[in-house]
Design a protein around this ligand. Structure first.
Ligand code: MG
Length: 353
């Protein structure tokens, strides 16, 4: 079944409240949408968002990669040579992980539609998914009131953004800890905002105060792997790589060098489902657990990530709340509090209401 065409469309998706991290404040995202058209008329859909400050992907760059080398690599290929198609997307150009993710998702959607299978069934499992909810970095008072609302909305795990004005971080976590009960777990994400010694001091202080912290993401700047290791070796709370992890090669390095305890996989960083699967499998072989995360992204690409997470046995933690920040309703996922319902229609699918 020949791939006949690849088309790209982009649109802006407003957020219903600003998303604040140590790296950026977002009020809207751009959705880059791919349609992959097969000779029998089946259309595979893919989507992605540019996150310049993390992956280097801009919307213009993504469109250029998709209608240039990625399209050239796929047009005329038989999609039943599925692994060849996935491989061509990865090898046709350097970088551009989010553009590659959009194409990889579209290939999965098209192939699953051809096979008449939901993506989770094609990948081979459907474990339950429960997401955390993000608390954006802000004043301790605002973060505590956001935490109260999220717990009321049914979230038992809060992902708390820290690392902007680090001198406030202990107060931020203390304020949240005071308003939630002991069943609420906190995941901290410094988004590279701490220095290594500062991170050790802050985390040790949080440990002394017995905050209920499950793990801490990316305490220091992405390229400072020795700094990451310095922190990992000196604290009890597990440390997770996010911005330091893009590829399967990064995975090998982070694990064999014992730089971190856990990995945060995002389709936008690694280039899609095929690469995410490889990363999670390398980590599984080495006894390192993974989380599936997302950028602020369209619901469609988060839907693809959710199918992957439900199917791969080594994805143990789920951070897939991005669609809940968008003004428009997600159509490929359904949220009931923290529980995520996947679509059972072919491909990434549509959830019936
Ligand atoms: Mg993160």
């Amino acid at each position: 079944m020949i791939i006949q065409d690849l088309q790209v469309n982009s649109r802006k998706l407003p957020l219903h409240m600003p998303f604040k991290t140590a790296l950026r404040i977002a009020t809207e995202i751009e959705s880059i949408e791919v349609s992959l058209i097969l000779e029998n008329g089946v259309i595979g859909k893919g989507a992605a968002a540019p996150t310049f400050v993390i992956t280097g992907d801009s919307s213009e760059g993504m469109e250029a990669a998709l209608i240039g080398p990625i399209k050239n690599a796929l047009i005329g290929l038989d999609i039943t040579l599925f692994q060849t198609a996935l491989q061509r997307v990865q090898s046709c150009c350097v970088g551009n992980p989010s553009a590659k993710a959009a194409a990889d998702i579209a290939l999965h959607d098209a192939y699953c539609k051809l096979l008449n299978l939901p993506l989770h069934a094609f990948l081979g499992d459907k474990k339950p998914l429960h997401t955390c909810m993000t608390i954006g970095v802000d004043t301790p008072e605002k973060m505590a009131s956001d935490a109260i609302k999220s717990v009321k909305d049914g979230f038992q795990i809060l992902k708390v953004k820290v690392g902007a004005n680090p001198e406030l971080d202990i107060d931020r976590i203390e304020a949240i800890q005071e308003v939630v009960d002991e069943t609420t777990k906190l995941r901290l994400d410094a988004n590279q905002g701490w220095k290594p010694k500062q991170a050790v001091w802050l985390i040790n202080e949080m440990e002394k105060r017995e905050f209920n912290i499950e793990f801490i993401e990316q305490p220091v700047v992405s390229y400072d792997l020795e700094g990451l290791k310095f922190v990992t070796e000196r604290v009890g709370v597990p440390i997770m790589a996010d911005e330091s992890l893009f590829s399967a090669k990064d995975t090998m390095k982070l694990i064999t060098g014992r730089y971190i305890d856990l990995l945060n996989i995002k389709l936008m960083k690694c280039g899609g489902i095929s690469q995410a699967w490889t990363i999670a499998s390398i980590a599984e072989t080495n006894g390192v657990e993974c989380m599936i995360g997302s950028m602020m992204e369209p619901a469609f690409s988060v839907g693809a990530a959710a199918h992957f997470a439900a199917a791969h046995p080594n994805v143990k933690y789920f951070d897939l709340d991005a669609p809940l920040w968008l003004s428009e309703e997600p159509d490929v996922l359904k949220y009931n509090g923290a529980d995520i319902q996947l679509s059972d229609s072919p491909g990434i699918g549509v959830v019936e209401n």
